[in-house]
Write a protein that binds this ligand. Structure first.
Ligand code: ADP
Length: 270
């Protein structure tokens, strides 16, 4: 598998807080097709990490490479979106056009692609995100989950290989959260997109293939979600919850009811 992101001794402190690192000596690499949840208490450095990957911040020490390039340079060349799709918490801030299909066309239009190619990309992105039927709707009239899927469609229309999402579900109701999570799972599974998302919902983190926990700017855990939730003192120290589904899995393991250790989804239980 190809390595798509590498960070080496990555450190960052905000100008206002020179004494304290928001992120310190983070060395991680990500392979094509990974589905990674970033978790940790508020202020532990998750957003700073994502911003460094996306070239929105420049490291004070260490380096980051995305597909072999410095993301800051990619950003300056206007090419970042073609490598990394970025999605933030508030879907309202990410919608730029009044009509759904126009919103998705915005990115490809800015790349000055031929009209036919723009149409094709908009159609593909809307179909992938389940918004094709809603293409002529007013963007503002969509539900929270639909708006967030629209933000993802906009990112997909630039054909990135990586999606970075900063708490994409935190402003959504439970139905919206489910829609967005299912979409991320599908994009990872079927489109082989590399997906890194921040979440404070541990039931979402359990669905990832890899979980990285941050604590005070450092990596406190990097491994499978099951192995993370097995380490109860660490999970507790970080102030995180054990998701109910994981508790059920532990009960089944304890009762010696055979459930493979790799099971992380309710569907896999049936
Ligand atoms: P998380 O995403 O895990 O909540 P952040 O990356 O947002 O954490 O924050 C990491 C640290 O950097 C925190 O101590 C936070 O207070 C600080 N920080 C974040 N953004 C800024 C900023 N714009 N200016 C100064 N300090 C900041």
């Amino acid at each position: 598998m190809e390595t798509v992101i590498v960070t080496n001794n990555l450190s960052y402190h905000y100008a206002a807080e020179k004494e304290r690192y928001a992120l310190q000596n983070v060395s991680l690499s990500f392979l094509q097709g990974e589905l990674v949840a970033l978790v940790g208490p508020n202020g532990s450095g998750k957003t700073t990490f994502i911003k460094l990957l996306a070239g929105l911040l420049e490291p004070n020490e260490g380096y980051v490479e995305v597909l072999g390039r410095n993301p800051k340079k990619l950003k300056e060349e206007g090419l970042l979106g073609t490598q990394i799709g970025l999605v933030f918490q508030n879907p309202d801030n990410q919608i730029v056009a009044a009509v759904v299909e126009e919103d998705v066309a915005f990115g490809p239009e800015n790349l000055n692609l031929p009209t036919g190619e723009i149409k094709k990309r908009v159609e593909e992105a809307l179909k992938l995100t389940g918004l094709w039927e809603l293409r002529q709707r007013a963007s503002y009239a969509l539900s929270g989950g639909q708006k967030q899927r629209l933000a993802i469609a906009g990112a997909l229309a630039l054909k990135p290989r990586i999606l970075l999402l900063d708490e994409p579900t935190s402003m959504l109701d439970p139905a919206g959260r489910q829609e967005v999570l299912n979409l991320l799972l599908k994009l990872n599974e079927e489109e082989k997109l590399t997906i890194i998302f921040i979440t404070h919902y541990m039931e979402e983190a359990l669905r990832a293939k890899r979980l990285i926990a941050f604590d005070r700017g450092r990596v406190a855990f990097d491994g499978t979600p099951n192995n993370f939730f097995r380490q109860k003192p660490l999970v507790r120290r970080l102030g995180l919850d054990i998701p109910p589904l994981y508790k059920l899995l532990e009960r089944l393991w304890a009762e010696k009811i055979f459930v493979p250790d790799t099971v992380t989804t309710p569907e896999m239980l049936v």
